[in-house]
Design a protein around this ligand. Sequence first.
Ligand code: ZN
Length: 384
Amino acid sequence: MSINPDPYSRISPKLRGILQKKDVFFDVHCHIFTSKDVPDGFLGIRVPFDQRFLKFLEHQLHKIISKSDTDKLSNLAYFIEFFRSRSSEETAEKLMGYYPVKNFVFCPLMMDMAPGIKGKIERDYDEQIEKMKSVRDEFPNTILPFFAADPNNPKVLQNFLKVFSDKEDYKFFGVKIYPSLGYLPSHPELMNIYSLCEKNKIPVTAHCAGASVHSSKKTIKDISGFHYVPGQGFVEKTITKSFKRKKDYANFFNHPRNWIPVLEKYPNLKLNLAHFGGDNEWKDFLSGKTDTWVETIMDLMGKHPNLYSDFSYTMYHPGIAKKLKSMVMENDLLASQLLYGSDYYMIVREGHFKAMKNNFIELMGEDIMKKVAFENPKRFLFGS
Ligand SMILES: [Zn+2]
């Protein structure tokens, strides 16, 4: 099985032509999975995601808060409207409708939640891969699929080789990592995968914010990879650990410093630490706290030119976005390593997609948007 090291070999000839001549608007962080693709423990509700139930729930939520439609419950109803969508095609088309630009390209990030989250699932990960391929085939000039690599899935390497092989016609584009599902970024199986990604210029996007999604196990066995030990640095070992709150999963698995051993071993790996730490870390950072994830990420950016960070989801917050803009204007490094991503449709839990996206784009202005939605993502996705 061989992988072609040229990222352009993984896209349609038409998109190749467009990228050579024209500006493209990239949204590097989106989701088009539906309720069929995730275990029924996902929303923390212990009932199956039956279409009728979701419709009922959405309806009830709208009724409870009929006076205002911008509060939390209503946003949850709005989220469920996407989530219970019958097909990924429908969700993808809806997203394209939100971007009335000529050449729009987006990266749907897959999620393999079954190894980390208990519950029944309608479509297993192998089927989701086939499904993603058919959605991409329907929109070949718009979609660059990111394959979810979960080292707790025994078929992770086999599937990775399949979707990137130049003998097969999957030709997926990047890799998605979600540590709080129960593994460290430096898991040995993932290290093998990064080595292939580095060699073949495959970009990797990793969730780097709170653990809004995390393993449903309270005690996780055999957590292998490089563990950060205060006073000692990184120690390679395998441990068993118990977790109580969301924050415990986030701090242990999603902390950006977990990527240091990876970046040291694979300095040419193209990595995107998604969400730039997330809104809570940004609030801490803005309040003057030190040692926040935001600082850790910026510090790592200074050392690793192939490290990027997208502002998906976090962009919903106008105050944080304003601060980001002033930082981008002062800091060339940040200006060249920041990526535009929306986290469609996860972000709709914070408000209406169109309004949040347009406000952010308007606030950043044309010059910054050209960098973060075109120049930087083009380097992240297609550069060496
Ligand atoms: Zn996301």
